[in-house]
Design a protein around this ligand. Structure first.
Ligand code: URP
Ligand code: ZN
Ligand code: ZN
Ligand code: ZN
Length: 466
């Protein structure tokens, strides 16, 4: 039996804060005991990690990543190998990535393809959601099979006509199926049909710079789609999870639905909490670095997002990590913002940026761990194996130094992308050591993991409904 003990840290979970020693046996949490008590003194192990003055927290669960995602004629620049290694550097020990059904293809083909990309390459554990882009009768049947084998959530798009787009009838059918089989529909809520009209009109006026990406993808069109998705889910009797919420008007729709008692959930991302249309407007095409959908909003939307996270109208912060290099990839959209591949890098930065939100007074420490670890684990059926520190849980543990200062930069990050969306930003707090199922992946700021350590992790259905 292999044993590790972590001594002297402040253990922070979504529920508690306690000065405790943590005993790990064979990759799982075996016991916790208050530091200095006879129970803690009795812990014996071959390896002792000193966490005095540090936090001991569950590894982050990033419920929304796109490694190697095909988009706009290119591929997201992080592979499962580079992206999961970068995640580990940032204190994330589980990612749930999106397998893609191509039009005319089956869910099975999409899922097999994503398994092939990930297997043997990941530094940390991973699961899959399924992007459903072609709702046919056989697709609906396949959804049942996927739920059985641990792919329990399905993303649909109200945006990107001709690519991932589903119309309201297709959405309703998938929601009805999810209501039956226990699946969770994740919605990209933007009115893509209306947006495409505005894109065409903007380009015809010669408005081709990245900032126009933010102007045509209007907050009202996010709110309208969010409202429509909520009501379609209500008609179907299905729960709903709205991904990458950025507009305050969309938060208001979620708040209203939750006040009505509907099983409706929301996710936002660090880019919407820390960046804004000011970034999209950066000169010399630099704004392209910040093109993602939903788009960045004017800074005055951020207060509603922070409030939503505090009031539990938003439950989860994921990254929507979908990196494209500025050179050669974002540049595909010079002269036409609609050709800029959509997505931002961030899988490495999420835990630190959200810790900065604790320092800044937006969140409590426990809420930090909730939105970044426990809530995504429960939302996607991984709890309490992932997302908390409790006897029996996987020993996915981060020793976090809350006082270390760092400056985020592409020069020092580990994501396979040639820029940082947070270049030059000072944050307080840093990951020191990361264990994945008890194995050191990051040891005092050195990478000690290996590709293939991470395993596929099937998921149960959404635990927010239990
Ligand atoms: O711009 C984004 N968000 N790219 C990734 C795909 C998606 O819609 O989540
Ligand atoms: Zn999306
Ligand atoms: Zn996404
Ligand atoms: Zn290993």
């Amino acid at each position: 039996m292999s044993r590790t003990v972590i001594r002297g840290g402040l253990v922070v979970t979504a529920a508690d804060e306690i000065h405790a020693d943590v005993l790990i046996e064979d990759g799982r949490i075996a016991a916790l005991a208050a530091t200095g008590t006879p129970a803690a003194e009795a812990f014996t192990a071959e390896r002792t990690l000193d966490a005095t003055g540090k936090y001991v927290i569950p590894g982050g669960v990033d419920g929304h990543t796109h490694m190697e995602m095909p988009f706009g004629g290119t591929y997201a620049s992080d592979t499962f190998e580079t992206g999961t290694r970068a995640a580990a550097w940032g204190g994330t020990t589980t990612v749930v990535d999106f397998a893609i059904q191509t039009r005319g293809g089956t869910l099975r083909e999409g899922l097999d393809a994503w398994h092939a990309k990930a297997e043997g390459n990941c530094a940390i554990d991973y699961g899959f959601h399924m992007i459903v882009s072609d709702v046919r009768e056989e697709t609906l049947k396949e959804m049942d099979l996927l739920v059985e084998e641990g792919v329990t959530s399905f993303k649909q798009f109200m945006a990107y006509p001709g690519v991932f787009y589903s119309d309201d009838g297709q959405i309703l059918r998938a929601m009805q199926r999810a209501a039956d089989n226990g699946g969770l529909i994740m919605m990209h809520a933007e009115n893509g049909i209306a947006i495409d009209v505005l894109v065409e009109q903007a380009l015809a006026r010669g408005e081709s710079d990245p900032r126009f990406h933010g102007e045509v993808r209007k907050a009202l069109l996010e709110a309208e789609a969010t409202h429509r998705a909520i009501r379609l889910a209500q008609v179907a009797g299905a729960p709903l999870y709205v991904v990458h919420v950025s507009a305050r008007e969309a938060v208001a729709e979620l708040t209203r639905a939750r006040d009505e008692g509907l099983p409706v959930f929301g996710e936002t991302c660090p880019q919407y909490l820390f960046l804004s249309t000011d970034n999209l407007a950066e000169p010399d095409f630099e704004g392209a670095k910040y093109v993602c959908s939903t788009p960045l909003r004017p800074r005055d939307h951020q207060a509603a997002l922070w409030r939503g996270l505090r009031s539990d109208d938003l439950q989860v912060v994921s990254t929507d990590h979908c990196p494209f290099c500025f050179s050669g990839q974002k540049e595909l959209g010079r002269g036409d913002f609609s050709r800029i591949p959509n997505g931002l890098p961030g899988v490495e930065n999420r835990m630190d940026l959200l810790h900065q939100a604790v320092v800044d007074g937006h969140l409590t420490r426990r809420r930090w761990i909730d939105i970044a670890c426990a809530a995504p684990a429960r939302m996607f059926g991984l709890y309490p194996k992932k997302g908390t520190l409790a006897p029996g849980a996987d020993a996915d543990v981060v020793i976090y130094d809350p006082h270390a200062e760092q400056v985020i930069s592409a020069r020092t990050h580990h994501m396979n992308v040639d820029y940082s969306a947070y270049e030059g930003r000072r944050v307080t707090g840093r990951v020191e050591t990361v264990l994945s199922r008890g194995e050191p992946v990051i040891t005092e700021r050195a990478y000690t993991g290996h590709a293939g350590h991470g395993v596929y992790t099937p998921r149960s259905t959404c635990q927010y409904l239990d």
